[in-house]
Design a binder for this molecule. Structure first.
Ligand SMILES: *[C@@H]1O[C@H](CO)[C@@H](O)[C@H](O)[C@H]1NC(C)=O
Ligand SMILES: *[C@@H]1O[C@H](CO)[C@@H](O)[C@H](O)[C@H]1NC(C)=O
Length: 523
């Protein structure tokens, strides 16, 4: 029985591979980084995500966004994330593991990674290899099954998988071998202008498949460029995943859903092992769930903030660091020097590179060197700025716009919150008060004796004494009272408590424990 079963399976492999779509569109080369050439759908279409840029293409971004200076930092420190550590298969990622601190500049040599014998690559960074088998199985078992005969979708099992980018002959089964995107990158942001996410955590940018030579494919399957990522994750019962993403996978303009759609559509659809044919009992969009789960899982194992802080590299408006210092700290944890992205000498991104033994869903992510030279940081004088800083970053020539100076409520701007005399957070799209996230853009339009407000969520009004912005809300007319937002003559708004962490405060006109006022910050 066994031999014929094996034969049957073996004969099916090429058939399955042949059935897979062969569409492989444009190959991109990293010149300007990832996101600079893409604008997002929705109401931010005119602005772009800042990204790694060696050519200054993204430099126009900052002029349209407020500097990261509009929040006080006093309570930010304890407002941290839901994160962070997960169990690694071997967790002794001691900084002393990496004896070869002096050869870190070899990471910029893209050719060397392909020369390496795969067994060496697997063994060297064992301290940070993440074993993932089982996580997908347990997660898919949460999916509701409509009848006893419906089996949960399961990624194909991958016995004797090969390490991506290390094959010497063509591999047929691309469900168990990532190709052509064989180098997987988990990329992170440190956003300070404006600040996003926890003050002491890097946020996720994406999970990207690179070819093994520094180029990459993008937007590989238009039919799977979904515009309902949140709904998909919810439909699979992934509320914990969504909660984590809400805090740790941030769009700098507050449009997280669009950002997730962009990352999945541009990069996720190019991962061969996430093809719809790579499952037993495939259920539509299972691979989308797997994409976000894997990115989050990798991110949880890459606490860049702590790695750097443990090496004495902490955010500062004044200190600078050398590139080697930063690289050595990260190399000690990851096994290889990741790609570092700077803009004007300010550290903004870390890209961790992996090869994968097997599929993205169930395989092993094996740290490796970057497959191309992509770092954009100077050798010395690298700045690692504080998130939600209050003052002007010292040494920068561009003075940040003063926050909430009582500018007239008109055009586009942020609604900065003030309580007990200081600026603490701002309003986000639904009209709730948030102290650790991205401010929502509001549009103020003259109306009668005052003005109306609108966010990406819809018109803003006082609904049952709660400041609410949503589709279908009847817009209220607000006024400017000595530079403060006022409703029915009063600039006093209230919440039950000053929000912290991922908590959002409902803002009411009815008196409650905390008095808060709002100033306009034009953008
Ligand atoms: C590795 O496998 C991929 C996918 O089959 C193939 O395109 C590539 O040419 C192979 N590499 C080598 C060196 O044979
Ligand atoms: C998400 O969108 C796709 C494509 O429009 C659709 O097939 C799918 O049913 C949607 N899923 C949910 C949970 O809304």
């Amino acid at each position: 029985m066994v031999p014929s079963t094996v034969f049957l399976l073996a004969s099916l492999v090429p058939i399955a591979a042949a059935v897979k779509h062969v569409e492989k569109p444009t190959v991109f080369v990293y010149v300007c980084g990832d996101e600079t050439s893409t604008s997002f759908p929705g109401d931010h279409a005119s602005t772009r995500r800042p990204a790694l840029s060696s050519s200054g293409v993204a430099s126009g971004v900052d002029s349209t966004t407020a500097p990261g200076s509009f929040l006080t930092s006093t309570t930010i420190g304890d407002a941290t994330s839901t994160s962070i550590s997960i169990e690694l298969s071997t967790e002794s990622a001691s900084p002393t593991d990496s004896a070869s601190s002096t050869d870190s500049d070899s990471s910029t040599d893209s050719a060397s990674s392909t020369d390496s014998d795969s067994s060496t690559i697997v063994e060297t960074p064992t301290s940070s290899v993440i074993t993932t088998t089982g996580s997908t199985v347990s997660s898919t078992s949460e999916a509701p099954t409509s009848s006893a005969t419906t089996l949960p979708p399961t990624p194909m099992s991958c016995a004797n998988a090969q390490l991506s980018c290390h094959n010497t002959t063509a591999v047929a089964d691309l469900c168990c071998f990532n190709a052509p995107g064989g180098q997987l990158l988990l990329t992170q942001f440190w956003d300070t202008a404006p600040s996003t996410g926890p003050a002491d955590a890097w946020t996720i940018h994406g999970l990207w498949p690179d070819r093994c030579d520094g180029t990459y494919d993008a937007n590989c399957d238009a039919s799977r460029e979904y515009t309902n990522i949140t709904a998909i994750l919810n439909s699979f019962g992934k509320t914990d995943l969504l909660t984590y993403m809400d805090t740790n996978w941030k769009d700098y303009q507050g449009n997280d859903e669009s950002f997730w759609e962009h990352e999945w559509g541009k990069h996720g659809t190019c991962i061969s092992t996430l093809d719809t044919t790579c499952y037993d009992n495939y259920k539509p969009q299972t691979e989308v769930v797997d994409y976000f789960e894997k990115a989050v899982e990798l991110n949880k194992g890459l606490n860049s903030y702590k790695i750097l802080a443990d090496a004495g590299i902490t955010p500062s408006q004044t200190a600078t660091y050398t590139l080697i210092q930063i690289q050595n700290a990260l190399k000690a944890a990851h096994g290889f020097v990741p790609t570092l992205g700077c803009k004007s000498g300010v550290l903004q991104e870390i890209w961790y590179h992996y090869n994968v033994l097997g599929s993205v869903q169930t395989g092993q992510f094996v740290p490796t060197e970057p497959d191309g030279t992509k770092s954009t940081c100077p050798a010395t004088g690298v700045k690692y700025l504080v998130k939600y800083a209050t003052g002007t970053p010292s040494g920068t020539a561009t003075a940040p716009a003063p926050t909430g100076t009582g500018a007239p409520f008109s055009g586009k701007g942020f609604l900065q919150a003030y309580t007990s005399g200081s600026n603490k957070g701002c309003l986000i799209g639904a009209g709730t008060w948030y102290t650790t996230g991205t401010c929502a853009g509001y549009t103020a339009t003259e109306s009668g004796a005052g003005f109306t407000l609108k966010s990406s969520k819809g018109d803003c009004g006082i609904v049952d004494s709660v400041f609410t912005c949503a589709a279908g809300v009847t817009p209220s007319v607000f006024t400017d009272s000595a530079g403060l937002l006022a409703y029915e003559g009063s600039s006093n708004f209230y919440t039950t408590a000053v929000p912290s962490g991922s908590v959002q405060g409902k803002v009411t006109t009815a008196q409650q424990a905390v008095l808060v006022t709002f100033k306009w910050q034009s953008t």
